[in-house]
Design a binder for this molecule. Sequence first.
Ligand SMILES: [Zn+2]
Length: 938
Amino acid sequence: MLDFGALDKKWQTKWAAAKLFDVDPDKRRKFFTSNVIPYVNGNVHIGHSYTFTRTDVYARFKRMQGFNTLMAQGFHATGEPILGTVERLKKGDQSQIDTYKLFGATNRDLEAFKKKGPKYVAEFWTKKITDSFHSIGYSIDWRRAFTLSIDPQFSRFVEWQYNTLRKKGYVVQGTHPVVWCPKDQSPTGDHDRLRGEGESPVEFTLIKFSHLGYILPAATLRPETLYGVTNIWLNPDAGYVELGVDDERWIVSKDAAEKLKDQMKNVKTIGGFDVRELLGKRCTEPLGNREIPILPSKFVDPENGTGVVMSVPAHAPYDWIAIKELIDSDELQIYGFEKSDLEPISVVHAEGFGELPAKEISDRMEIKNLSEVDKLDEATALLYKKEFHTGVLKNCGQYSGLKVSESKEKLTIDFIDRGIAHIMWEINDVICRCTTKCHVKILENQWFLKYSDEEWKRKVRYCLSKMTIYPEEAKNNFENTVDWLKDKACARKSGLGTYMPWDKEWLIETLSDSTIYMAYYTIAHIIRKNKIPAAALSDEVFDYVFLGKGLPKVVAKNAKIRLALLMAMKKDFDYFYPLDIRNSGKDLVQNHLTFYIFHHTALWPESKWPKCIAVNGFVNVEGEKMSKSKGNIIPLKDLVDQHGADMVRINIACSSEGLDDADWREEAIKSYRSRYEFLLSIIKDMKKFKKTSLDWPELYLQSRVQRHIETSTGFFEQLMFRSAVQSALFDATNDLKWYLRRTDKNANRNVLNGYLENMIKLIGPFTPHVCEEFWKMLGNKGFVSTAEWPIPDNNKISIEAEIGEELIRKTLSDVEEVKKIAKITPKKITLFVAEDWKFRVYQKVLRNKTGDVNAITKEIMSSGSYGKATVVFIQGLYKRLNELHPVLPRSRQFSLLEDAKQFIEKETGCKIEIEDADKTENPKGKSSTPGKFGIFME
Ligand SMILES: [Zn+2]
C-alpha cells in the first residue's frame, strides 16, 4: 500500500534540500508563471485548489520540457478584506469565528487577531497559506514571496507605478458615480465586497410628478413609458421623508434620502412625511399635465429607487397585477377612483405582442397576484428585453416612431432640459466587507484609472489579439470587458494599502495595486536578501530596472545601492519577464485579468506584455456549490492530511477542463489510487521479468506509449488536464494491463521499464511525490520533477502491432459475447480468416472512401469473378464507412493467430483451431471479414 503522506514529506524535504525550484537566470529558455495572489484573511481551501493546482501542474510540465521555470507566489493584504474580518470578529460574528476555527485558528489566536489588528492577521494567514502550499507540493521559488501592503519595498513599487501612470495621463481626477460604503466613507471595489462583486452603478431617470407644491420623483429605467403612466404607487408601510432639494420639496423614502445626499448638491432632510395623506389624491404628470391617482402598493420597495413608483400597466407586469388586485378587492373605490381612471395606455409596439404586453405576458405565465415575485421578475425582465430590442414608440408625441433602444438617452436629456427629470444612480445589492449596505455616491475629484481612454483600449485590444487565451472561447469575454470598461475609482479611504504618492488622503485600492506585481517577483529576492530599504528604491531605480532608463552608475550612486545589485535586478527582470502564463478563475476576467493587461500595455513595450491567460471554472463539492451554509468549504490542508498531496492534486486538477466548473468528488480518489497501487505492484515485481526478445506484444507496448506521449502532451499544452490524464494514466494503464495479460507476466523488463519511465514522466506533474518514488525505484538518478519530458519516437510506432493486438483483444471479447448469447460452454473454438477476395475489396473501398458507391461497385465487379455476395459486402462496408480502419494483411492474420493461439486458448479455456474461410463451407467462415474473425463454437 502506498503511504502518500509519508511520500509527501520525504520528497518535499529532498526538493527543498536540492533547492529544486529556486531559479535564477541562466542560458536556458525561461518560463515564468505565478498564481493569482490569495487574500491573507483566511486559509486556502478547496475553492482555491483547482486554479492553483492547475498552475503548478503546468509549471511542472514546462520545467520538464526544459524551460528554466519560475513559479512565484505572493500574498494580498490590501483593502477591506482583512480589516473586515477583524471588524466582524470584534462584533462577535459567529460565522467569522467558525470560519477561522475551521481554518486552524485557536481561541487564543482569535483574541490576538482582535488585539493586534489587521497586520498581525495578515502575517498569521500568510504563514498558514505558505504551509498549505508546501504540503501540497507546489513548485514555488519561495525566496521571491512578498505581501502587498505589508512589505514597504513593494509599496514603493506601487508608488512608482502610479507616478508613471499619472505622467502618462492614465490616472486622472474626476467626478464619477462610485459604489460607496457609508460606514467606511470610502469607495468599495469588487474585492472589498462581501456580496455584489461585478455590480456597477446603474443610471435611473427620476421623473418629477407634482402634488400641491411637493415633488414626487419616480425612479425608472424606462423614461419613454412616462407617456403610458396611469398612476403613482407609494408604500404606506414604509418610512418617507420630506427632502429639501435646492428650493424644491421632494417626498422620497428614508433610504433614498441618504442616497440622494451622496449624489446631489443642496439636499437636506426637512422631516418625516406620512404618505398616507397622499393616497387617494391626484398628482400632475409633468408632460401632458394629466392628473393621475396616487395609490398604495406593498410591492414598492423603499430601498429601491426613491420609494415612488410610476405605474405603467400596459408595459409593466407588476403594475398590471397591482391594479388588477386593487380593482378585484374593491379597494379602488375606497380611494374614490373608478376602473376607468386606470385604463392602460399602450406606448410601445414590440414584436410578438399586441396592445397590452404586460397583460399578455402575465396571462401567458398565469401570474395571479403580487406574491408571485419570481414569476413577476421573470416577466418584467423578458418584456424589458423584448421591448428594448424590438420595440418602437407610439402615442409618445414627437418621439413616436423612435426605436426604444435609441430613445432612453434622448428622452432623458430632453426631460432634464425641460426641468422635469433628474439622474439617480442605483446599485444592485452590494454589501461591504464591514457588512454595511453600499449605495452609489457621486465622488468629486476622486482618483480614477482612465480605462475609458480609447487609445489605451486600442493598445489592450491589440495585446489581446496577440495573446493566447485558454480556452479560446474566453477571449470573447475579455473583448467585451474591454468594450464596456469605464473609468474606475482606484483609491479608497480605509483598510490596508499604499498611499497615492501625491495625495496622502487616499489609499490605492485592492484591484488597482495588484495589476503588475508579477514584475516584482523578479527582484523581490534580491531586495530581501540584501536588505535594500524602501527608501533606496527610488523611482529612478525602478525606471532603470524595469524600463532601462538612465545610466546604471548614476542611478546606483544616487540611490546608494551597490551597482552589482542594481544590475542583478535588471538582469533577472529582463530574463524572466514577461509572465508566460497567468492562470485564474473566470470571475477575474471582468476585473483583475483585464486590468493586468491594461497596466502592462501602459507601462511597458510590447516585448514585456502578457502572453497567455488560462481561465477556468469554479469549484463544486460533491456536485454542490461551495458555501458556508452548506459547510462544504474544506481547508486545503485537511484534504492533504486525509488523502495525501498527490491524490488531492490529481483529483481536483483533472475533474474538469475548459470553462466548466470543477467538482471535488472524494469517491473518485479510489479509482486514481488503484492505478497507482497497480503501478507500484509492477515496479516491485520488475526483477521477476526475464524476457529479452521483442515480439508483437513488446512492439505493441512500445508503440502505444508513443501515442500517449503525443496525445497527452497536446492536452497538457492547452491545460486540458482531464483529457491528459485520461491518456497518460487511464489508457496507459489499460495498455499495460493488456501487455501483462498477453505475455502472462513473462514481460520484457527493458521494454516495460521504458514504458513505465515514460508514463511516470507524463503523470509526474499531477502526482509528483509518488512519481519521484517510482522514478527512484526504477533505478533512476535525480528527480523526475526535472527529468526530460518525453518526445514521441516515430521509429517505435508499429501500426501493425497495434492493429494486431487490438484484433486479438476484440476477438476475446467477441468470444465472450457469443458465449453469453448462445449460452454455451464450448470445448473448441474455430477462428476463420476471411476469404481472400474480401481483403482485396476491403482495400479497394478503403482507398476510395470518398468515391461513389455505385462506381466502385461497378469497377470491382468488372475486374473479377465476383458474385452477389460481393455486392452485399461492398454495400455493407459503405454503410459504416467511418468505422473502416486499416487491417492486417491476410497472411499476417494467419501468423498472428498462430502466434497468439496459446494465449487465446488459455484465456478462453478452449482448444483453438484456425481456418481459412476460402476452404470451408461453415457459414461462420462466410461471416468473417478482414476486420473480424468468424467464430464457430462446439
Ligand atoms: Zn464598509
